[in-house]
Unconditional design. Structure first.
Length: 438
C-alpha cells in the first residue's frame, strides 16, 4: 500500500504539534549529558539499538538506517519518571558538612512515528525526544552555626567561603525527521536532520565573568535565559547477514547551538548581559545483534562521545576575566548490552546493562557542582505485552548505581591543599508506553 505525501506530511505535523510541549529530558541521568535509552523498549535493552531495531523510538534515536528494519509502520508514545538522588559534601577552612539536594521527579515523554511502505525501498520517520539534561538544587548553607555549615554552599567571598546555593536546570530536546533507503534486502542507509532546542539555567553563573559592585566581585545568577536553538545531522548504515548476525554503524554530528544568553545582574541590581557558548558533542556508534537462539535476541552497542571538541565541555580552569572556561570533560566510551526473550506469543521480556566512563576528572569537581553527571553503571529490566495483534504495552525500569567524585577547592592560582568537595549521585527511572503497528 502506498501513502500520499500529503498524508505523510499531515501525520508528521500532528505528531510534532502534540509532542513538542511534552518532551522533557531526564535529570542527572545519562552517558554524560545524554540519556542511556529512548522509550521503554530501548531502555529495557540498556540502550542497545544500532543493529537491533525493536521499536521506532530506539531506531530513530540511535541509527536512522534501522527504521528500514522494522516489520511494519509504527507509532509509539511513552512517559518516564526519573528520581535522582544527590548529595554534596565539602571540607575546607575548618568547616565540614553535607547537604542533600532536592531535584524532585522529572517527567520524560517520548514520541516516535515511522511510516513503512512494503512496496517501496523508502522508509520515513520522525521522533521527538528529550535527549538529555540535568537538574540540581542545593540550598545555601549558613555560617551562623559553623558545626552545621557546608563550606562550598556558604555565601560567596568575602562573606563566606563558597558559592552560595547551587541551582541548575537543563532541558535539551531533539526533533529527528528521518529517511532510510533499502539499497538491497540486506543493506540500508539512513539520514536524519536534527533540530535541537535547549533551556539551560545556572545559579551562580560561573561561566560568565564575575560582577563588581559594593567593592567586591560576585558571580551573578544565570536564570534569566531563553530557549536556545541548535542543529546537526545523523547518518547510519544497517546490514543483515545470512548467519543470524546484524550490524550497524551511525554518526551523530556535533549539535551546534547559538550562544546561550542570560539577563543577569550585579549586587546592586544593575543589568548584566552574559553569553555562554555551548554545543553537544558528536556521537559515533557501532552495534551488533545476534538472533541465532530460539526466542532470544542479544544486542550490543559501543559509543564514543567527543566532549573535548564541544564548546562548553572542553575548557578548563579560569579565564583572565575570572569566568570558568568550561566543564573540563574528557571523551568517554559507553558499552550497552541488551537481551530480549520471547517468553510467550504475547510477552517479551528484556534486560540490559550500560557502562559509561565518567567524563568528569576529579580536578574539575568544583566546576561540575551543578551537573553531577558521574554515574557509570546502569541496570535495566523491561517487558512488552501484546494487548491486541497490533497494540503493545511497554514498561522498563532502570537504576543508575550510586557514584561519587571528590576533588579540591580550586582558585585561579590553583587547587587549595587540605580541601575537598564530593558529589554523590544515583537515580531511578520508570517508563511506560504504548506502541501501535499498522
Amino acid at each position: 500500500m502506498r501513502y500520499a505525501p500529503r498524508r505523510l506530511a499531515g501525520c508528521i505535523f500532528w505528531l510534532l504539534f502534540l509532542c513538542a510541549p511534552l518532551s522533557r529530558p531526564a535529570t542527572t541521568w545519562a552517558q554524560g549529558i545524554f540519556l542511556t535509552g529512548v522509550g521503554p523498549v530501548n531502555q529495557g535493552m540498556g540502550g542497545a539499538a544500532v543493529a537491533a531495531p525493536l521499536d521506532s523510538a530506539g531506531a530513530l534515536a540511535w541509527n536512522p538506517a534501522t527504521i528500514s528494519g522494522l516489520s511494519k509502520s509504527e507509532m509509539t508514545v511513552a512517559l518516564g519518571l526519573v528520581l535522582p538522588t544527590t548529595r554534596l559534601s565539602s571540607q575546607a577552612f575548618g568547616l565540614a558538612g553535607s547537604t542533600d539536594g532536592e531535584p524532585g521527579i522529572t517527567p520524560v515523554p517520548t514520541m516516535s512515528f515511522v511510516l513503512k511502505d512494503p512496496c517501496s525501498p523508502w522508509t520515513w520517520g520522525v521522533g521527538v525526544f528529550g535527549i538529555g539534561g540535568f537538574s540540581t538544587n542545593f540550598p545555601a548553607s549558613s555560617l551562623a552555626n559553623p558545626a552545621l555549615s557546608n563550606p562550598i554552599l556558604t555565601p560567596q567571598p568575602p562573606v563566606g567561603a563558597g558559592v552560595g546555593r547551587v541551582f541548575s536546570h537543563a532541558e535539551i530536546y531533539q526533533v529527528t525527521p528521518t529517511v532510510s533507503y533499502a539499497v538491497t534486502e540486506k543493506l540500508s542507509i539512513g539520514f536524519a536532520a536534527n533540530i535541537d532546542v535547549a533551556d539551560i539555567q545556572a545559579d551562580p553563573l560561573l561561566f560568565a565573568p564575575p560582577n563588581f559592585a559594593l567593592g567586591i566581585f560576585t558571580y551573578g545568577p544565570g536564570t534569566g535565559s531563553r530557549f536556545s536553538w541548535g542543529a546537526g545531522f545523523q547518518v547510519g548504515a544497517y546490514y543483515i547477514t545470512d548467519y543470524n548476525w546484524r550490524f550497524g554503524v551511525s554518526y551523530k554530528s556535533t549539535q551546534w547551538f547559538e550562544p546561550l544568553r542570560f539577563n543577569s545582574n550585579d549586587l546592586l541590581g544593575n543589568p548584566v548581559l552574559d553569553k555562554v557558548n555551548f554545543d553537544l558533542p558528536s556521537i559515533t556508534s557501532i552495534g551488533a545483534a545476534y538472533s541465532g537462539f530460539e526466542r532470544l535476541l542479544y544486542a550490543v552497542d559501543v559509543r564514543f562521545f567527543d566532549y573535548t571538541k564541544a564548546s562548553g565541555f572542553n575548557g578548563t580552569g579560569f579565564r583572565a576575566d575570572g569566568s570558568v572556561a568550561g566543564l573540563g570533560w574528557r571523551n568517554v566510551v559507553s558499552v550497552s548490552n541488551g537481551v530480549q526473550y520471547n517468553l510467550t506469543d504475547n510477552l517479551d521480556v528484556r534486560g540490559g546493562y550500560t557502562f559509561v566512563g565518567n567524563p568528569v576528572p576529579a580536578s574539575q569537581e568544583q566546576f561540575n557542582l551543578g551537573t553531577s553527571l558521574i554515574m557509570q553503571h546502569f541496570l535495566s529490566v523491561g517487558a512488552s505485552y501484546r494487548i491486541r495483534q497490533n497494540i503493545s504495552a511497554n514498561i522498563a525500569y532502570t537504576h543508575g548505581i550510586q557514584a561519587s567524585l571528590t576533588g579540591p577547592y580550586v582558585t585561579p592560582a590553583g587547587p587549595i591543599p587540605g580541601t575537598s568537595i564530593t558529589s554523590t549521585t544515583s537515580a531511578d527511572l520508570l517508563i511506560v508506553g504504548l506502541s501501535l503497528q499498522f
